[in-house]
Each structure stands twice: as structure tokens, then as C-alpha cells.
Design a protein around this ligand. Structure first.
Ligand code: SF4
Length: 322
């Protein structure tokens, strides 16, 4: 396989709280290859958005990265200064936020916002900026007439697509997406995802995509990482993880999610709550909710180990007992 474009190594993020540090992301490692689509799924509060923000070097107080490395094309993002990061943003790495309404400036037109990005990062003249702005809007099926529109004049789906146009305007190699479809209805979600997928194939950028809704990525991502309480508990090819989840939490997530094919089946939730991230248990973080937990699970933290082509963090799966 090609050289990874992004290498995340033992990344750790903490939130400062009145009761002590909350361990929001714990020793997360993975590689992302050029043109690859990696989805990160998990329930609210599992650390997936915090992980993306740490990778994009966008964390703000009370969160901070306390360990690990993020290498983009071999260069350590965490050791770069503000100017070096500014050079990289939009040109090499761009970010699409959860809510375009919060990310777009409501007081200036879409065209002016696209132009601001171009002026900050290129030496393009006004004509080139106008041409490229119309071109990227067309890529996401928005008429160039909307260059003069303000964000409030667009529908929710169009605003998200305008954000994607903005993310692609300088042809980045990596697009980081934080639940970009969460505010959309199912039809708009599907159409947005199809558009992202078509553009990824055409332009070749890699995608790192966070969502709590597995159905959003089931048909689009190459690989899937399942997060629980700040850790990756399973990582593998999306189809394999869907067809044969190995970690008990990943298995529970699949049972809680309706399948689009096959016989209708009853959905089963996962009983209990995630552990405290301020005082996490010493053993497996899923032990209190896991129907298979043994004594060892409560005393020893499992490692993420290769099992049948996946990486799985579970003592019983690693020993072949599950
Ligand atoms: Fe369940 Fe034990 Fe595996 Fe954790 S290590 S997921 S508690 S079986």
C-alpha cells in the first residue's frame, strides 16, 4: 500500500475539569492513505470529535493534546508554529465542521467567503478566484448565482455543500469532516455523502470522517474505526466490521442500528453508561456493560491487537474465546 498521508501515533487528549483531567482520547493510533476514506464512529462523548480537533490542531482550552504525534506527509503537526499550520490549512488539509451555520460567516456572501480563503492562501487574481469559486460550487451542484447569496438564504443541505466547496477550493490532500450530515434529513444526508464520494474519486483526496450514525458511512468508507470512551476498540475494513464485528461494543452498536437489507429485526440497545473519563476503571473500559466480562477484564486493560484482519481491543477476542 502507498505511504500513509497521515500517521496518528499514541495520541492523548485531556480536558481540564474541576475534578481533575478527563482522559478524552487515549493512545489513539492509525494511518490514513492517500485517497482513503476512514470513518470513526461511536456514541456521543466517546472522544471522536475531540480526536479530529486534536489532529487538525484546533483544540482550545480546556482541552489539550498531552501526548503522541500527528504526522502529515511525515511532518509533525503538533510541533509546527501558527504560521506553518496556516500554510498547510486549506491547501493541504481542510476541515468541514458539523454545522455550516456556525462555520460560515452569516454577514458576508458565499462568494466573498470563498474569495477570502483564496486571497489568504494564494496569489490568484480576482478573475481566477471568481472562476475557481464558480467551479467548486458547480462541483457540489450549487449554481454560481449563489456566489452572491448569504448563508441564511441557502437550505441546510446547500450550506453544508457550500462548506464542502470551500474545503475543496484549493484542492487539499486531506479533508477532515466532523459530522457534516448530522443536521440534515435522510435524503439530504445521502445526497451529500454521494457527492463527497464522487468528488473523492474524481479528485483523489483522503477523508477522515466522524459520525455517530453508522448508516451514514456504511456504503462510503473504506475502513471503519469504532471508538469507545476515548479508545479505538475495533478498526478494520468497513464491510468486514459491519458483517462480522468482533469487539462486544462494536457488536452492540450493530445490533442497535437498523440494516437496510435482509429481514427486519428487533433493535437492541447497549445497557448501562460509559465510564467516568476522570476516574476510569483500571481494566477494560467496556467491562461494566459487557455481557462477556471476566475477572481479568476488570483488572487488566486490553491492547488493540490484530485478529482476522481487524484490530480489536478485547482479551477474549485476542485469546480466541469470543
Ligand atoms: Fe468485554 Fe472483556 Fe472484551 Fe472488554 S476485554 S470487551 S470486558 S470481553
Amino acid at each position: 500500500m502507498s505511504q500513509a498521508i497521515l500517521q496518528v501515533r499514541d495520541l492523548r487528549v485531556e480536558y481540564e475539569t474541576a475534578s481533575g483531567p478527563a482522559h478524552a482520547v487515549e493512545f489513539v493510533s492509525f494511518d490514513l492513505h492517500p485517497g482513503e476514506f476512514l470513518a470513526i464512529v461511536g456514541e456521543s462523548g466517546c472522544g471522536k470529535s475531540t480526536l479530529l480537533f486534536s489532529i487538525a490542531q484546533l483544540l482550545t482550552y480546556p482541552a489539550s493534546t498531552v501526548g503522541g504525534q500527528v504526522l502529515f506527509e511525515g511532518r509533525d503537526l503538533s510541533s509546527m508554529g501558527a504560521e506553518e499550520l496556516r500554510q498547510l490549512r486549506w491547501r493541504d488539509i481542510s476541515v468541514v465542521m458539523q454545522s455550516a451555520m456556525n462555520a460560515l460567516n452569516p454577514t458576508i456572501s458565499i462568494g466573498a467567503q470563498l474569495a477570502d480563503t483564496c486571497r489568504a492562501h494564494t496569489d490568484w487574481d480576482d478573475r481566477k478566484i471568481a472562476e475557481r469559486s464558480a467551479e467548486v460550487l458547480a462541483m457540489v451542484s450549487i449554481d454560481a448565482a449563489h456566489l452572491n447569496s448569504f448563508p441564511f438564504q441557502l437550505s441546510g443541505g446547500m450550506r453544508q455543500r457550500a462548506m464542502i466547496a470551500m474545503a475543496l477550493i484549493l484542492n487539499p490532500k486531506l479533508v477532515i469532516m466532523d459530522e457534516p450530515t448530522s443536521a440534515l434529513d435522510v435524503v439530504a444526508q445521502r445526497s451529500l455523502m454521494r457527492q463527497v464520494e464522487d468528488l473523492r474519486r474524481e479528485l483523489g483526496f483522503a477523508v477522515l470522517f466522524v459520525t455517530h450514525d453508522m448508516s451514514v458511512v456504511s456504503h462510503f468508507s473504506d475502513r471503519l474505526a469504532v471508538m469507545y470512551a476515548g479508545e479505538i476498540v475495533e478498526l478494520g475494513k468497513t464491510r468486514d466490521v459491519f458483517d462480522r464485528p468482533r469487539h462486544p461494543y462494536a457488536n452492540g452498536l450493530m445490533d442497535a442500528f437498523p440494516s437496510l437489507v435482509g429481514e427486519p429485526r428487533e433493535l437492541v440497545g447497549i445497557a448501562g453508561n460509559p465510564p467516568s473519563l476522570v476516574n476510569p476503571p483500571v481494566g477494560c473500559l467496556f467491562a461494566a456493560r459487557c455481557p462477556h466480562a471476566t475477572e481479568r477484564c476488570h483488572t487488566t486493560r486490553p491492547e488493540l491487537l490484530p485478529v482476522d484482519g481487524h484490530l480489536v481491543r478485547c482479551h477474549l477476542v485476542a485469546s480466541g474465546e469470543l
